[in-house]
Design a protein around this ligand. Structure first.
Ligand code: SF4
Length: 226
């Protein structure tokens, strides 16, 4: 499945600030939002809930998350009134065959992300023509060239409505809306993924420096660098 030229043009013509308002009615039933329920996820989820609380929200439940993230997911979903949050889990047989001890992350993070994130998301990809993500250019050097509307080689589209937002703007919007905050942010976690692969960041580091720290890896495979 893919978008028509006309749909793609409509999305590309939309100002970044209006992208969600244009995309959600245009692609209703064909678009999903992928959320990590991390430190900056609440703003995008709040915008989406304002427009369509029935929008499918996909959470990659890798079974390696911090318990705080799972509790935060449940709290935020209730707070925003989101009605279609789907936990996308790895296949049990594949887990047993390829990571029986749950330690694959320790020696092959790419293989672990493939098993716990990329392949589970691929299983549900046929249900959607477009994905909404919360990625921002300000998050890392590898994201500085990212566009708000990214056509994919398979004809699908990734939409990044917050591409131009800065951490300060996100923080201000969270305060303005009185949104719940991820409990680990107060401990210096500015970008929060799976527990074994996330550490707090220090002063002067970019927000994603705590993800797969010490490795070349910067993305899990579902969002390749722009
Ligand atoms: S982020 Fe780490 S624990 Fe999570 S799927 Fe990737 S390698 Fe595995």
């Amino acid at each position: 499945m893919s978008l028509t030229e006309s749909e793609l043009l409509t999305l590309r013509d939309a100002p970044e600030g209006d992208l969600l308002r244009v995309a959600l009615p245009l692609l209703r039933g064909r678009v999903g939002l992928v959320s990590s329920f991390g430190a900056e996820s609440a703003v995008l989820l709040a915008f989406a809930a304002d427009i369509d609380p029935d929008l499918p929200v996909l959470f990659l439940e890798t079974r390696k998350h911090f318990p705080e993230t799972l509790a935060y997911r449940d709290r935020l979903v209730a707070h925003l009134g989101l009605r279609d949050v789907r936990n996308i889990t790895p296949d049990d047989r594949e887990l047993q065959a390829r990571d029986p001890q749950g330690q694959l992350w320790a020696f092959d993070t790419d293989a672990c992300c493939a098993l716990r994130k990329v392949e589970p998301l691929e299983r549900v990809t046929p249900d959607f023509d477009a994905w909404i993500t919360g990625r921002k250019r300000s998050q890392a050097l590898t994201r500085q060239g990212m566009r708000a509307v990214e056509a994919q080689p398979d004809g699908r589209v990734k939409l990044n409505p917050l591409a131009g937002w800065t951490p300060r703007e996100i923080d201000a919007e969270m305060t303005r809306r009185d949104l719940p905050r991820h409990p680990l942010t107060t401990a210096g976690f500015l970008s929060i993924g799976c527990a074994p692969c996330t550490r707090p960041v220090g002063a002067g580091e970019d927000a994603r420096a705590g993800r797969w720290a010490g490795q070349e890896k910067t993305e899990c495979g579902i969002h390749q660098p722009a």
